[in-house]
Design a protein around this ligand. Structure first.
Ligand code: NAD
Length: 452
């Protein structure tokens, strides 16, 4: 095995670095030392001909952040956005860190992918564009770092898995919590029985927006509103439907269930370790305002897994992901694992347990180890070079998004539903109604033929 970069520094400074990480993350030193021996080191500096050529599709907040971070590993040759203002602004902003090279700008990702010599794309478009962009890139032989949730529907995920595998592409889903030692340790401890047999997982997600009605307005200069809406039904331009706030509309996303859920529900799902839940039911606990955002801002959802684990997803008014761990009334954005012998709580702010002593004792040498990645984008670029699977390949992105979509479908139908994880369809009572949400009609020309 190749020596990770950790070992290129002296043992003393290596231990100093690990101690600092342990102090700031709450992850014990023994765990960090052990994972370092297994980590795939992400090389930051490559020779000019080794560095992949990268393009960004969707130059909003997250896509730009992903591209900026990825400049450690690749050169940015082009940016594409259906909003010219975003495209130009980001091209200028990223030039300095891109060794002074200004990326070319495009408004149609197909033209950019056809024309430019590109190895990888970063997909930072809104959820309703993820699949078509990813399919076109895969069919064109590009590797993909795609933002979460990987798809808008379960059906899109089934199709995308096939296209990515048929074309032998590397795809990393942007669920970066899997590349954090704290979340991984929580999952390994749960799977390793440190809190006894797992009984329940409680995922707290931030409440979404509940507002409206909204007025239509003139389309801003430079924005191709028809292209932005893509497969969704066409509406007059309403700013609250577009940049950033698209998350709160079923047309483009699934509310906080698929937005924050793609992170925290993914971690709960990783710890359970099964393909999918078998039952799901849910109820909204706040009603959308007529003429306003359509997704439910507050809800209570309950899933069952075949091993008897109950998996609850609730909303909280606390949307601060860095706000430390939970207090005992549970009002914090994060994940709680409850076992027969105790509990573990984890979020981006820290980790806690019924007894912190359970973190001190190392897991047995033969305990199950999960894939180690400490740098989500670095792991992607390592896999682009090695052609191995990254930590969140297309199947993981699809299956994990499926859990979020199941929750959203349960809220929309208000029924208790049964899911067949092999066929990837609802079965039994209310199956017909629920299955009508597994795929969506796509508005022409923005259907699968757009990327064939
Ligand atoms: N991993 C994370 O922690 C994280 C955090 C925030 C957002 N995200 C995800 O990133 C995605 C983008 O979210 P955001 O907050 O950056 O949104 P945003 O509105 O800021 O950015 C989206 C950009 O995509 C552009 N766009 C839309 N359709 C396009 C198309 N067909 N071709 C090219 N460009 C197109 C928009 O004009 C906009 O500039 C979402 O899927 C979101 O869930 C992930």
């Amino acid at each position: 095995m190749k020596k990770p970069e950790y070992f290129n520094i002296s043992r003393r400074s290596f231990m100093r670095r690990l101690s600092a990480i342990a102090a700031s993350t709450g992850v014990p030193l023994w765990y960090l030392e052990r994972q370092a021996a297994y980590a795939q080191g992400a090389k930051e500096v490559r020779s000019a001909n080794e560095r992949p050529r990268m393009a960004l599709v969707g130059a909003g907040g997250m896509g730009t952040g992903d591209a900026r971070n990825s400049l450690r590993f690749a050169d940015l040759v082009a940016i594409c956005d259906v909003d010219d203002t975003h495209c130009e602004k980001r091209a200028v902003q990223l030039t300095a860190k891109n060794k002074g090279m200004k990326p070319k700008t495009y408004s149609d990702f197909r033209k950019m992918i056809d024309k430019e010599k590109i190895d990888v794309i970063i997909n930072g478009t809104p959820d309703h564009w993820h699949t078509l962009v990813n399919m076109y890139a895969a069919k064109s032989g590009k590797d993909i770092y795609s933002e979460k949730p990987l798809t808008l529907t379960i059906d899109e995920g089934k199709r995308l898995v096939k296209v990515v595998r048929d074309h032998k592409r590397v795809l990393q889903t942007g669920t970066q919590q899997r590349s954090s030692a704290r979340f991984r340790m929580a999952c390994e401890m749960v799977r390793g029985g440190r809190i006894g047999k797992l009984k329940e997982v409680v995922v707290w997600l931030p409440a979404g927006l509940c507002d409206g009605p909204f007025k239509s307005q003139p389309i801003p200069d430079g924005l191709n509103w028809d292209f932005w809406q893509g497969q969704a039904k066409a509406y007059d331009y309403v700013p609250e439907r577009c940049h950033v706030k698209f998350r709160n509309w079923w047309d483009y996303s699934g509310g906080t269930m698929t937005d924050w859920g793609a992170h925290h529900m993914d971690i709960g799902y990783w710890a359970v370790g099964l393909k999918a839940p078998t039952k799901v039911e849910g109820k909204p606990t706040a009603k959308p305002v007529p003429g306003g955002y359509t997704t439910f801002s507050e809800y209570d959802c309950r899933f069952e897994f075949s091993n008897g684990v109950i998996y609850r997803v609730l909303t909280t008014a606390d949307d601060n992901p860095f706000g430390g761990v939970v207090n005992e009334d549970g009002q914090r954005n994060g994940i709680k694992f409850i076992g027969e012998d105790g509990w573990i709580w984890v979020n981006r702010g820290g980790i806690d347990a019924h007894d912190k002593g359970i973190f001190r004792e190392p897991l047995p040498e033969d305990a199950e180890r999960l894939y180690v990645s400490n740098d989500h984008r670095g792991n992607f670029f390592e896999c682009v070079a090695s052609r191995k699977d990254p930590i969140c390949p297309v199947e993981v992105g699809h299956r994990s998004a499926t859990v979020c979509h199941l929750g959203a479908i349960a809220l929309r139908t208000g029924k208790k539903l049964t899911w067949d994880s092999d066929k990837e369809f609802f079965v039994g009572e209310h199956a017909q109604e629920a299955n009508s949400y597994v795929a969506r009609e796509m508005r022409a020309p923005y259907d699968y033929s757009f990327v064939s």
